[in-house]
Design a protein around this ligand. Structure first.
Ligand code: UD1
Ligand code: CA
Length: 456
C-alpha cells in the first residue's frame, strides 16, 4: 500500500441522539466513538485529518491527544462540503485518500486495508465500500454500469422508484486517488433534494472523466453500521463488547456468560482467570493470571495481580492488588489503595488510600481510610480508622503483627507500634508503643500484673 491520507467526517451534530453531547463523543465500550475510528485507522498506518463542526473544540482536543489534526467545518452543508474543508491536505497528498465517518466505529482495519488495496491493485480512480441490505431505505443506492463498475450513487431522497428498489447501498466509506478526488470536488454543487454538497456526486464526475470506480462489497453488514440514535448506539456497543470478550476467551480467559460481562477495550486479563457474570472491567484495568472476579463487581483502573480472588459485589477503583489476595464479598476499595501479597479484605470493608501489608487481614465491617498497615496484622470486625476531624484528613500507621480488637476506633493522626494490641471496643486517641496493649475508652495501657489499665 502506498502512502495513505484518511479523512474522518465528524462535523454533524447527530440530532437524533437527542443529546447535549455531540454524537462522535458518545462512548462505546468505554471509549468515544470517534476514537474507535481513529484507532482502527491507526492500525493501517495513515496520516489522519478529521473534519469537525459541532462541539469542534471538544472533538479537536480529543483528536489532538491522539495525534490527529482537525479542520473546522463551520456550517454543515453536506458530506462533499465537509471533505472540501480538507482540500489542502488532499492537494498535498499523492496516492490514496480514505474517507470515512466518525460515527461508524465497527469498521475493521482489515476492511479499510482491503478497500485501499483493491483500488490500488486495480488502478481504479476510486473504490466504494458497498453492502447489500434487505432494508436499504435511508441509504444512497449504487448504480452500476454494464461492466459492474459504479456509474453513480443516488441518494434516497433523489432516487426514482426503480432506483429505490436497488439493494446495494453506499456505506459512506471510500478510497479515492487524490488527484481524481481533488478535480471532482471542484465541480460539486447543491442542486439536489436536500440542497447539500454531496460527496457522492464526485463519483459520477470521476466516472465521466477519470476512469473506473470499483465497488468493494462488505460481507459483514455489521461493520458499516452508523450510529444515528441511541438504539444504534446500544447495538454497536453490543457488537464491540462481543468482539472484546471473544478476544479474551480466545486468549485463555473464562467468561462464564459473555452476554452480560462488560469489558472495556484496553483491559488486559491473563490466562486461566475467570470472570463471573454482571461484572464490569473498565478503564485501564489489568488482571493477571489465575485470578477470579466474582459477579456484580466493578473494577475501574484496577491493577490485579495473579491468583487474586475477588468474591461477588466488590468495587475496586484506581488501586493495586497483589498476588494471592482475597477480597469481598461487598468490599469497596477506593482510589489509592494498595493491598500487598496474601492479604485479606473481607465483607463490607471500605478502604481509601490504604496500604495493607503482606498477609494482613481486615476481614469484616471496617473502614480504613488514610492508613498504612504493616505485615501480619489483624484488624478486628467493626474497626473504624477515624481519619477526619471535621476539617482535615489524618493518617494512621499500624506496624507489623498488630492485633486490633473488634470494634476499635482509632482516632488519627496516630501510630501503633509492631506487636501492639487494642482491646475490643477501645477508642485509641494516643500513639501505642511497640508490643503494648491498650484497652478502654479512651484507651490506656493494660497492665497484666495489676490486672488493670493505666495512662499510656
Ligand atoms: C451519506 C451518503 C449516503 C450513504 C450514507 C451512509 C452523501 C450525500 N450520502 O448519507 O450515500 O448511504 O452516508 O451512511 O454523502 N457530515 C459532516 N458534515 C456535513 C455533513 C455530514 O461532517 O456537512 C458527516 C456527519 O457527521 C456523518 C457523515 O458525515 O458522520 C454522514 O453524514 P450524514 O448526514 O449522516 O449522511 P447521510 O445522509 O446518512
Ligand atoms: Ca448517517
Amino acid at each position: 500500500m502506498s502512502d495513505l491520507l484518511s479523512i474522518i467526517l465528524a462535523a454533524g451534530e447527530g440530532t437524533r441522539m437527542k443529546s447535549d453531547l455531540t454524537k462522535v463523543l458518545h462512548q462505546v465500550a468505554g471509549k468515544p466513538m470517534v476514537e474507535h475510528v481513529i484507532d482502527n485507522i491507526n492500525e493501517i498506518n495513515s496520516q489522519v485529518v478529521a473534519v469537525v463542526g459541532h462541539q469542534g473544540d471538544k472533538v479537536s482536543k480529543l483528536l489532538e491527544g491522539k495525534g490527529v489534526k482537525s479542520v473546522l467545518q463551520k456550517e454543515q452543508l453536506g458530506t462533499g462540503h465537509a471533505v472540501l474543508q480538507a482540500a489542502s491536505y488532499i492537494k498535498e497528498h499523492q496516492g490514496s485518500v480514505l474517507i470515512l465517518y466518525g460515527d461508524t466505529p465497527l469498521l475493521s482495519p482489515q476492511r479499510l486495508k482491503q478497500l485501499v488495496r483493491q483500488r490500488e491493485e486495480q488502478g481504479a480512480a476510486a473504490a466504494v465500500l458497498t453492502a447489500y441490505l434487505e432494508e436499504p431505505s435511508g441509504y444512497g443506492r449504487i448504480i452500476r454500469d454494464n461492466n459492474g463498475y459504479i456509474e453513480r450513487i443516488v441518494e434516497e431522497k433523489d432516487a426514482s422508484s426503480t432506483e429505490k428498489e436497488i439493494k446495494e447501498i453506499n456505506s459512506g466509506v471510500y478510497c479515492f486517488d487524490s488527484k481524481c478526488l481533488e478535480a471532482a470536488l471542484t465541480r460539486l454543487d447543491n442542486n439536489n433534494a436536500q440542497q447539500e454538497y454531496y460527496l457522492t456526486d464526485t463519483i459520477s464526475y470521476i466516472n465521466e472523466t477519470d476512469g473506473v470506480i470499483i465497488p468493494v462489497v462488505c460481507e459483514d453488514n455489521n461493520e458499516i453500521i452508523g450510529v444515528n440514535d441511541r438504539v444504534n448506539l446500544s447495538l454497536v456497543e453490543k457488537i464491540i463488547r462481543k468482539r472484546i470478550n471473544n478476544c479474551h476467551m480466545k486468549n485463555g480467559v473464562t467468561i462464564i456468560d459473555p452476554t452480560v460481562t462488560y469489558i472495556d477495550e484496553g483491559v488486559t486479563i491473563g490466562r486461566d482467570s475467570i470472570i463471573y457474570p454482571f461484572t464490569y472491567l473498565v478503564g485501564k484495568t489489568e488482571i493477571g493470571s489465575y485470578s477470579v472476579v466474582g459477579s456484580h463487581c466493578r473494577l475501574n483502573n484496577a491493577k490485579i495481580a495473579d491468583k487474586v480472588n475477588i468474591v461477588d459485589h466488590c468495587i475496586i477503583q484506581d488501586s493495586k492488588i497483589s498476588d494471592g489476595v482475597n477480597i469481598g464479598p461487598f468490599a469497596y476499595i477506593r482510589p489509592g489503595s494498595i493491598v500487598e501479597k496474601g492479604a485479606k479484605i473481607g465483607d463490607f470493608v471500605e478502604l481509601k488510600k490504604a496500604r495493607i501489608g503482606e498477609n494482613s487481614k481486615v476481614p469484616h465491617l471496617s473502614y480504613a481510610g488514610d492508613v498504612e498497615i504493616g505485615k501480619g496484622t489483624n484488624v478486628g470486625a467493626g474497626t473504624i480508622f477515624a481519619n477526619y476531624d471535621g476539617q482535615d484528613k489524618h493518617k494512621t500507621r499500624i506496624g507489623d503483627n498488630v492485633f486490633i480488637g473488634s470494634n476499635t476506633t482509632i482516632v488519627a493522626p496516630i501510630s501503633i507500634g509492631d506487636g501492639g494490641k487494642t482491646g475490643a471496643g477501645s477508642v485509641v486517641t494516643k500513639d501505642v508503643p511497640e508490643a503494648v496493649t491498650v484497652v478502654g475508652v479512651p484507651a490506656r495501657t493494660f497492665d497484666k500484673t495489676k490486672g488493670g489499665s493505666e495512662d499510656n
